[in-house]
Design a protein around this ligand. Structure first.
Ligand code: HEM
Length: 602
């Protein structure tokens, strides 16, 4: 049964691939089609294009960033590649990146962002033109420093719950997985600050939302790189697409709930427009959701409930997942570098002494070393590993002219490892960010929050939140992470994720992809959903065949060695047991994933 299916898959995929490539080439203007004649290109002809499209589609997310890094190493900082007819230019030169990002002519996102539309609709991250301009202007006010000050008590409150939960979980020196704790804390913070409503995620109320975000992100990245999933119909019937639509149902329900709670809070306070605590101070700025609901009430032509939902969806996602990854990575790195951790703690002691008071805005500004630690973490592990822009008009780079309709792709993860900007780029050295001389060097060579008109609107908010949470942990606990930095493997998804899987064989991954296309429930990025029985069966068959085969091909005297030399594998069964145990051995410190944290009370 399997073989004819496989033939059909290959046939269908090849047909889709060729038709997409030919069709999209023909409909583009000539200059667009000729881009590869003057920009170093990986896909100078149709065959190369098909090969590249397939290679990229079959890459495991953990191999994507090293793959792109190698492309830059081999071809220079500006590289062209067609993926089934879509033209991409990959940029890794800070000067060229500056030209692109600092111009207000190139603010539209690439076509991949369309894949997020069913989830985030036309929220700030995805919107274009006038709609984006108006929204950005309106919402920028809600990240004013006075507003951030107003959020401080809530951030401190949730940071303390987070630290307590970690310490409770680490009783008896137990190792714990930290990422879920961080994510729930981040979610509580975003809900109570900018949404103005408590969701009690840290009390276990929103675990489903967090899992759905992860599934949705995985499905989207799957779609971005696998050209056969670009088609809406195929995506909808594929396993990846079904996971995506199931997940966004949960995500939308959560957002609706946040909005309803806020509306009922406002109703109960007897004032539809202003929050009770804001009423006390007349000039106090409004928080995000208050402001949107105000506009809805006062100018229903300008804002509908649908508009509010798309912004709440966008800010809930962008506002908690990005910073929770950054906090997880910072805590992991501090646990691996005890000297840096001690230095950060000394700084906190000089600010707070033995007091357990809340961190104020002045305290946060005084945390210069912790600030550098977080910045260095974001250099090595920028939460958003890559982003794109689509050109409306011609772009003149330092050396090349890029025609309209090209998608420009930037990879902060790779840019931040440029040896010319960052000596010893793989090393964790927060001091780089304390040296004033480096500031000009880092401009456009350091873009974890992007740059220019479409940079991250929540940058300052995120830094404050991260400093508050991490300083609270450091003031209460000593962090120890097992493993070493080299063991951290990053998976390129919409946002980065720590790879916590045993290594997948490439062939195994390819087979999973094919099975996935036919809708079996096999999740390729999380072992949890993997068909465990299938894996055990395949491993056993492989083991037995190997043992029989290797015995039979050896001379008899070799096979009888265990009869006179003390042996650990006297029987066939004990040999298999030994093989299995060796295969399952976890070398000390090999998996520095988020499951190997130890927090110690000091
Ligand atoms: C460590 C934390 C964060 C990082 C590394 C980060 C990074 C980024 C990056 C790289 C972009 C540009 C994406 C692109 O061009 O496609 C972006 C945009 C955005 N971020 Fe953040 N972000 C963080 C935290 C936040 C927070 C806390 C919020 C909200 C409270 C937020 C809201 C947004 C929004 C709405 C956009 C779209 C802005 C626009 O297009 O005008 N981010 N962020």
């Amino acid at each position: 049964m399997l073989e004819p299916n496989l033939v059909y898959v290959v046939l269908i995929l090849t047909t889709i691939l060729i038709s997409c490539a030919i069709w999209s080439r023909l409909r583009k203007p000539l200059e667009y089609r000729r881009i590869s004649s003057h920009v170093p290109s990986l896909t100078k002809n149709l065959w190369n294009e098909m090969l590249f499209s397939c290679t990229i589609a079959m890459k495991h997310p953990k191999d994507l960033l090293p793959f792109f890094k190698e492309i830059f190493q081999n071809n220079g900082p500006v590289v062209h590649a067609n993926i089934t007819g879509r033209s991409y230019v990959l940029l890794n030169d800070p000067d060229d990146i500056k030209i692109l990002l600092s111009s207000t002519s190139y603010i539209n996102k690439g076509p991949e962002y369309e894949m997020l539309k069913p989830w985030l609709n036309d929220g700030l991250l995805l919107s274009k033109g006038l709609k984006w301009q108006n929204r950005r202007k309106l919402l920028t006010n809600t990240f004013h420093f006075k507003t951030l000050d107003m959020y401080n008590p809530a951030v401190n409150k949730h940071a303390k719950v987070f630290a307590k939960n970690l310490l409770d979980a680490c009783v008896d020196n137990k190792e714990i997985s930290i990422s879920e704790y961080v994510t729930l804390c981040s979610l509580d913070i975003i809900c109570e600050t900018i949404m103005g409503t408590e969701m009690n995620a840290q009390k276990g109320k929103s675990v489903q939302y967090v899992h759905s975000i992860k599934s949705a992100c995985r499905s989207v990245i799957d779609r971005i790189f696998k050209f056969w999933l670009w088609n809406d119909l195929i995506y909808r019937i594929s396993n990846s697409g079904r996971t995506f639509f199931t997940s966004i149902k949960v995500l939308h329900e959560f957002t609706d709930n946040v909005i309803k709670r806020k509306q009922s809070l406002l109703k109960n306070s007897g004032n539809q427009k202003v929050q009770p605590e804001i009423k006390l101070e007349k000039n106090r700025p409004k928080s995000f959701l208050d402001l949107l609901l105000d506009v809805l009430n006062e100018n229903p032509d300008q804002m509908t409930i649908r508009d509010i939902r798309e912004e709440v969806d966008t800010f809930l996602f962008e506002g908690h997942d990005t910073s929770s990854i950054a906090m997880t990575m910072t805590i992991l790195l501090l646990g691996l570098h005890q000297d840096i951790q001690d230095h950060a703690r000394e700084e906190l002691y000089s600010i707070f002494g033995d007091s357990d008071r809340d961190a104020t805005m002045e305290d946060l500004n005084a945390m210069r070393y912790l600030d550098a630690v977080i910045k260095e973490t974001l250099r090595l592990y920028p939460s958003v590993p890559s982003f794109t822009r689509e050109l409306n008009t011609t772009l003149q780079l330092k050396k090349y002219t890029i025609p309209p309709m090209t998608t420009m792709a930037i990879f902060p993860y790779i840019l931040h490892r440029n040896e010319n900007i960052y000596p010893k780029p793989e090393e964790f050295i927060p001091e780089r960010f304390l040296d004033e001389e480096n500031k000009s060097k880092f401009l456009f060579g350091y873009i974890p929050f992007s740059a220019g008109a479409r940079n991250c609107i929540g940058q300052k908010y995120a830094m404050n939140q991260m400093k508050t949470v991490i300083s609270t942990v450091l003031r209460n606990a000593k962090i120890v992470s097992s493993g070493c930095k080299e063991d951290i493997k990053i998976s390129m998804q919409l946002l980065i994720r720590i790879e916590s899987l045993p290594k997948f064989d490439d062939f195994f991954y390819l087979m999973l992809n094919i099975v996935n296309l036919f809708g079996r429930t096999v999740d390729v990025t999380e072992m949890i959903d993997l068909n465990v029985y299938g894996v055990v069966l395949i491993s056993l068959v492989g083991l037995i065949s190997y043992a029989i085969w290797s015995r039979l091909r050896m001379p008899l005297e070799y096979r009888q060695i265990s009869s006179h030399v003390p042996s650990a594998t006297k029987t066939f069964w004990s040999e298999m047991q030994m093989l299995w145990k060796m295969a399952m051995l976890k070398p000390k410190g090999t998996y520095a994933n988020e499951k190997v944290f130890k927090l110690m009370i000091f």
